[in-house]
Design a protein around this ligand. Structure first.
Ligand SMILES: [Fe+2]
Length: 188
């Protein structure tokens, strides 16, 4: 279940419509697409892209994306901590960050210009678009597993521009999903 929280205002939303509406007001697109086929955890990325071809084509049409790939991380991924360290501090990109979650979970923090910082816990079937220039950061949940389709507007792909604000250190990356598993302490 997708969960949106506004930590500084003690707000928690769980309904897709309310979450979509709130996020839309701060410029973030969110949708939940059903049905999502059950796929084997061992399925190679090329086959996942084939299974989701229709959805990917729809997204490409909407956002002018030209390429798609699969990000697939789990506790056995080599260099996982170093990879996470690139995502979990405040940054922006000069293209949209679009993720369609195939399996697993993750936690986005969004730092909008026009409102408080929001956390969104995404899971299978969730589609999120963080527009270019939006400040954000991303953590895995306690099970450290996510498989997602990524879409890109240029073949050069995804480059983070860090703010070095350290504001991310003030927010504990806690997932509230099926099992409550804190990832690590707020003083990372
Ligand atoms: Fe990002």
């Amino acid at each position: 279940m997708v969960i949106l929280r506004i930590p500084n205002e003690n707000v928690l939303l769980e309904e897709h419509d309310k979450i979509r509406s709130y996020l839309s007001n701060i410029g973030i697109d969110y949708e939940h697409w059903e049905p999502v086929p059950a796929i084997s955890p061992d399925l190679p990325p090329e086959q996942i892209l084939t299974i989701y071809e229709k959805q990917i084509d729809e997204l490409k049409k909407r956002g002018g994306y030209i390429t798609a790939d699969i990000i697939d991380v789990n506790p056995n991924t080599p260099g996982l901590d170093a990879m996470l360290a690139k995502f979990n501090v405040e940054h922006s990109h000069n293209e949209d960050e679009v993720r369609y979650i195939v399996s697993g979970r993750g936690l986005f923090h969004i730092h909008p210009d026009n409102g408080p910082i929001v956390t969104i816990e995404v899971e299978q079937g969730d589609l999120i678009r963080v527009p270019r220039g939006t400040l954000h950061w991303f953590d895995l949940c306690g099970d450290r597993h996510i498989r997602a389709i990524r879409l890109f507007q240029s073949s050069s792909g995804w480059t983070p521009f860090y703010t070095n604000s350290k504001i991310d250190q003030r927010y504990e990356p806690v997932c509230w999903g099926p099992t409550y598993i804190p990832l690590h302490s707020p003083t990372k």
